[in-house]
Design a protein around this ligand. Structure first.
Ligand SMILES: NC(=O)C1=CN([C@@H]2O[C@H](COP(=O)(O)OP(=O)(O)OC[C@H]3O[C@@H](n4cnc5c(N)ncnc54)[C@H](OP(=O)(O)O)[C@@H]3O)[C@@H](O)[C@H]2O)C=CC1
Ligand SMILES: O=C(O)[C@@H]1CCC=N1
Length: 267
């Protein structure tokens, strides 16, 4: 299989490295098209594939073309792609917000799969929601799914509209997690710990708590209750969170991300 990746920033590079790591493609068969000189240099140092800076006829040799430029940059690539694409090629877009129909129209090409991964893909621990145009047959869909699974787990969604919700929940999700971790470390700092000690306390707490979600056979409310002793410290914190409507704010923020994903389709 030959693969071309258009835009090798955070996500394009994560995909490239995962494919090579799992021997799903050889480095010679992986064409990495990256505009940024710094990024290109990093990609060459990683020996992740053949690095070039512009879209050329070589893209036409790929079986799969992955679109991993920012949604706003799609307008800058679709015309060059149109000129070199072959009818048999499958396109996998991971661009937030841009619907399959729009990609099909701009590329004049029916075979489009749309996916939304997240950055833990860099460790093979991502989660990707994906869906496909009806023109993509099962064999091609399976091939794409196998590649996505090199970056972690995946879930196929019949309804493309739900991809904007995936974007808001798990696509952007790592940033919400880091935001909470960062606030907890800041609290530790304000209470007198140095950064390293505060980070150790918080990171190990998050790691252990995550594993309890999966192993403790308790609901999230039960897990909270098991920590929050009556009249104790946790209750004092949770009361403050409720007063600040923290839970509602998080839900509202995630919904704002979904709205933004929909806006991105409008350019
Ligand atoms: N980051 C994330 O957590 C996730 C991102 N996504 C989606 O993945 C896509 C990429 O995101 P991300 O990797 O973070 O973005 P990055 O900005 O890190 O990577 C995109 C890269 O594409 C390059 N580029 C822009 N135009 C061209 C072009 N014409 N030819 C070749 N390269 C080009 C950019 O260069 P330059 O910087 O010079 O413009 C940049 O290096 C986005 O559409 C995003 O919605 C999906 C899931 C998660
Ligand atoms: O913030 C963004 O637009 C992209 C999509 C999901 C994560 N990062």
């Amino acid at each position: 299989m030959k693969i071309a990746i258009v835009g090798c920033g955070n996500m394009g590079m994560a995909f490239a490295k995962s494919f090579v790591q799992y021997n799903l493609v050889s480095q010679d068969d992986l064409l990495l098209i990256e505009k940024s000189a710094d990024r290109s240099e990093a990609l060459r140092a990683e020996k992740a594939g053949v690095v070039v800076d512009t879209i050329s006829h070589r893209v036409g040799e790929a079986d799969l073309i992955i679109l991993s430029v920012k949604p706003q940059d799609f307008n800058g690539v679709h015309e060059s792609l149109r000129g070199v694409m072959q009818p048999r090629q499958v396109v996998l877009s991971i661009m937030a917000g841009i619907p399959i129909a729009q990609i099909q129209e701009k590329l004049n090409h029916p075979l489009v799969v749309r996916a939304m991964p997240n950055t833990p893909a860099m460790l093979g621990m991502g989660i990707t929601g994906f869906t496909a145009a009806k023109e993509v047959d099962l064999a091609n869909l399976r091939r794409v799914e196998n590649l996505i699974n090199a970056t972690g787990r995946s879930i196929f969604l019949e309804d493309e509209a739900m991809l904007d919700a995936v974007t808001a929940l798990s696509g952007s999700g790592p940033a919400y997690f880091y935001y909470v971790v960062k606030a907890m470390i800041e609290a530790g700092r304000q209470m007198g710990f140095d950064d390293a000690v505060a980070a150790l306390l918080v990171k190990q707490t998050m790691l252990g708590s995550y594993h309890l979600i999966n192993t403790a056979d308790k609901s999230l409310d039960e897990l909270i209750k098991a920590v929050a002793s009556k009249g104790g410290t946790t209750e004092a914190a949770l009361r403050q969170f409720e007063q600040g409507a923290l839970s509602d704010t998080l839900v509202a923020g995630i919904k704002a991300a979904q709205v933004r994903a929909t806006e991105l389709s409008k350019g």
